[in-house]
Design a binder for this molecule. Sequence first.
Ligand SMILES: CC(C)(COP(=O)(O)OP(=O)(O)OC[C@H]1O[C@@H](n2cnc3c(N)ncnc32)[C@H](O)[C@@H]1OP(=O)(O)O)[C@@H](O)C(=O)NCCC(=O)NCCS
Length: 227
Amino acid sequence: MAPDIAFDLTLEHGRCVGVTLPEAAEAVDALAETLAAAERARAFDLPIPRRRTWTGGRAAMREALGRLGFPADAVATDDRGAPVLPPGVRGSITHKERIAAAMVALESSACVGVDVEMDIARSHDIASRVLRDAERAELVGLDAAGRAREVLLRFSAKEAIYKALDPFVRRYVDFKEMSVSPRPGGAALVTPYLREGEGPFAIEVRWRRFDGIVLTTARIERVGQPR
Ligand SMILES: CC(C)(COP(=O)(O)OP(=O)(O)OC[C@H]1O[C@@H](n2cnc3c(N)ncnc32)[C@H](O)[C@@H]1OP(=O)(O)O)[C@@H](O)C(=O)NCCC(=O)NCCS
């Protein structure tokens, strides 16, 4: 079964393909059958909810790599949980309830990250967990719905950053070790507060909202001498 392509975007940080996740378990299995042998074996080892997202992520990655001209080889997972891509390619995977997406870029020194969130109000407020005080102060004056959307956007951007940053720092980075201020038009001001002082890094974030989702991407490169 060919994946149902939800979007195919050429973004500043890479080519990003989204796949609509099939609902029925049989359809998930049919999609898993289209993966490379090693991916297929991994998929069928997973319980159905995880098989669905894992398969969707790998299917999206296969589509994204194919668009850059790479063959449909299996994409392994490294010891940190990140996808292992061919030399000279960096990429990232994300999945939510109804969608999986993968972004790939021809990069050697920079790393990239992608995150998708459903653009709907959450029942619980995550601001105190994911935002620094100064970030929360930027949201004063917004109504509840607007504030929730802004919190979600920042959360998503930080997850995209995490995926691009982890290959450099290889440790859990708390949400409050990064400040993100999205700007109108899809850019963001990013300031790191890395607890262990890693870097310096050039950290870029881009974001967009469409079709009921928030899509964020990050690109991170080491600049200058390590501190
Ligand atoms: C790793 C993490 C970002 C994944 O986010 P999530 O909302 O759980 O899930 P998503 O669907 O968006 O992404 C899952 C994908 O992330 C990728 N991933 C997992 N660990 C990763 C890592 N260490 N580095 C890069 N990518 C990773 C995988 O490809 C995974 O999909 P797969 O297992 O099907 O291949 C999240 O679980 C996490 O640990 N966050 C740490 C805290 C954080 O984000 N801090 C922000 C600091 S700026």
